[in-house]
Design a protein around this ligand. Sequence first.
Ligand SMILES: [Zn+2]
Length: 280
Amino acid sequence: MMKNINIRLKLSVIIFISIIPWIMLFSLPVLDGQIWFFSVGEGDAIYIQTRQGNRILIDGGPDNTILSKLSSRIPWWDKHIDLVIVTHYHEDHIAGLIQVLEQYQVGRIILPQSDYQSPVRDVMLGFIDKKQISNTTYEKQDLIKSGGAELRCLWQESNTTDPNEGAYIFLLNMNQFKYLLTSDVEFTNFSQKMLTSEIGDIDLIKVPHQGSKNSLNQIVLDTIKPELAIISVGKNNYGHPNQDMIDLLGKNNILVYRTDKDGDIMINTINMIQRVSKYK
Ligand SMILES: [Zn+2]
């Protein structure tokens, strides 16, 4: 009997000790918000943890890779995500979200206005329905406030057959910096007009559409003047990112980070200076 008690005691001490690093890891204060550009292959998944601890996920990449990325940021005992944003219904942005919706409690989800049809989209909408997740669409200029972060919807266009053209663009204001999250919206004539009046100087741009040939141009860069650029890209047959685009960013002295080469990229600020960390 005594032996059993001793074993139980030892076991509970061992379990407690092994939990301590986890508790410490997840209890560390997040002094400023963090933005993670996860390396999820050819696609996008952006995770924001605000200063006040709110969790926001923008797109979920092409497969289940997103689950291991999230579990490295969110403790296993707390499966809550405050907000999920679906920028458009292409598979490389939403396929990973299906498992996320199944395994996490999502407070609210923002969906595209597009009626683009695909089997993956149907499965995702089925989960939203089944779990009765509060969902809505957004209009240009709508503002989301969440735990100290502000996301302003700068673009969504339902009057197009191309889901990339219609995707959401959000301007994230956090840590007193401005981050332009462009999804797959290439800055062609279609979307370029709104730049001059509505965006102004920004600090960081998530380069549209895996750095495709027409993702950005000199006129856009002259207008928004980013210092940092993130390209979310993986192995592909499309020639992403386009070499001319890389050259253009270099010519404009913009520091470029790529998820295929740099792994997960985390942006935070210390004493009002932006810090970029890479995790391969
Ligand atoms: Zn797309």
